[in-house]
Every structure is written in C-alpha cells, then in structure tokens.
Design a protein around this ligand. Structure first.
Ligand code: DQA
Length: 152
C-alpha cells in the first residue's frame, strides 16, 4: 500500500497500558487510556483520517491485530510496552508491513533501567518517539499524515 494515501491509521497499545492513570503515574502520567484514546480519535478527525485504537495484554493478540492491519490500514502507531524489549514475534509482524509505522513510548526508555534501552521492535519501524508522554501519539499521527503528503 502506498504512503500517499493516509486514510486509516491504527494505534496499538501493548500490555499494562490499560492501567494508565493508575499505573506508576509519576512515570506514565495521570491520563487514563480511555482519555488518551479519545484525544487520539479527535486528533485523527482534525487531520481527516479514520483512527482506530486497540489494546491487548497478550502477545499473540497483538501479532494477530498487526497481521489484520496489514490489509486494513495505511499507517500504524504502536506502543508495544514491555514486549518492546522482548518480542521477536512482534518485530517479525511489524517487519511484514509495507506502510509507515511509528513506535511510541510514554516514558523515555533510554533514561530508565538498562533492559529498557534495547528495543527489539525499533529496527522494524519507520521511527520512534520516546519520552513525550501522551503527546507522542498525537505527534506520531501528525508525522504519518505529513509523510503521506510529502510523498504525494
Ligand atoms: C513503555 C516503556 C516500557 O519499557 C514499559 O514496559 C511499558 C511502557 C512506555 O510507554 O514508556 O509498559 O512502553
């Protein structure tokens, strides 16, 4: 699929992100996932793209959703959460996509424990935004739309 048509974007949230707002708020912020998703959908409307969101705590479900996305969307934003650091399966699934993918982390993974410094998935994505909190998702949407416009 060509990057010149950015009509549909999927935003995927990995494990434990359903607990945002309650989970270590000093690291991940006080916004719930529902509030963040509402902002993402609203930003998509403003940009003229149809945005869907998906969260799962299960690696296989995330792989399945990425495979499904290959047929359905033109761009992907993903916070693989803890699977960032461990999942060859997610990396392989992302590697199969032929549209732009942006990896987002709420926290700056490079300022944290050593095991978070390595992203298994980063080599399979177009770019990474880390440490900008929930705004990272909005910037990622913007970047996908700009990439498509630049390519057209
Ligand atoms: C995270 C960073 C990961 O290291 C962690 O396991 C998460 C969230 C982030 O958004 O900052 O669950 O991806």
């Amino acid at each position: 699929m060509s990057v010149t048509t950015m009509k549909r974007i999927l935003v995927i949230h990995g494990p434990n992100l359903n607990r945002l707002g309650h989970r270590e708020p000093e690291i991940y912020g006080r916004h719930t996932l529902a509030a963040i998703d509402a902002e993402i959908i609203q930003a998509g409307e403003a940009l003229g793209v149809d945005v869907q969101t998906f969260q799962s705590n299960h690696e296989g479900e995330l792989v399945g959703r990425i495979q499904q996305a290959a047929e359905e969307v033109d761009g992907l934003v993903i916070n693989p959460a803890a699977y960032t650091h461990t999942s060859v399966a997610l990396r392989d699934a992302l590697q199969m996509l032929d549209f732009p993918v942006i990896e987002v982390h709420l926290s700056n993974i490079y300022q944290r424990e050593d095991f978070r410094h390595h992203s298994m998935t980063a080599a399979a994505v177009t770019g990474q935004i880390t440490g900008l909190g929930k705004d990272g998702y909005l910037l990622a949407l913007d970047a996908l739309v700009r990439m498509a416009a630049d390519a057209s």
